[in-house]
Design a protein. Structure first.
Length: 116
């Protein structure tokens, strides 16, 4: 599975960005997809996830501001980000996992920079 993330950029606090992750290759065995982020000096952290069954999880830190969704083919996952804060500045990674390995596949990351 190959993952291509896009949509990052620079915005001012309060602005919005929409990230897109396109998956290619065999999706057999994929149990879900997610967005993670990593800021300087910090560990990579989960932002939001969606299972193949449609179950959604959004971390408390972004709940109410970020929305994860996907297309009907289940090969593209979106992250709609609103009311961005400087603390959201990070490299955002798309992830696809299996039941055996939630961290099986990663995209290259797309940078989100939020200025105050």
């Amino acid at each position: 599975v190959q993952l291509q993330a896009s949509g990052g950029g620079s915005v001012q606090a309060g602005g919005s960005l929409n990230l897109t992750c396109v998956a290619s290759g065999s999706m057999a065995g994929i149990s879900g997809m997610a967005w993670y982020r990593q800021s300087t000096g910090r560990q990579r952290e989960l932002v939001a996830s969606i299972t193949t069954g449609g179950r959604i999880h959004v971390e408390n830190s972004v709940r109410g501001r970020f929305t994860i969704s996907r297309d009907t083919a289940k090969t593209t996952v979106y992250l709609q980000m609103k009311n961005l804060e400087p603390g959201d500045t990070a490299l955002y990674f798309c992830n696809a996992g299996t039941t055996a390995n939630l961290f099986a596949y990663w995209g290259q990351g797309t940078l989100v920079t939020v200025s105050s």
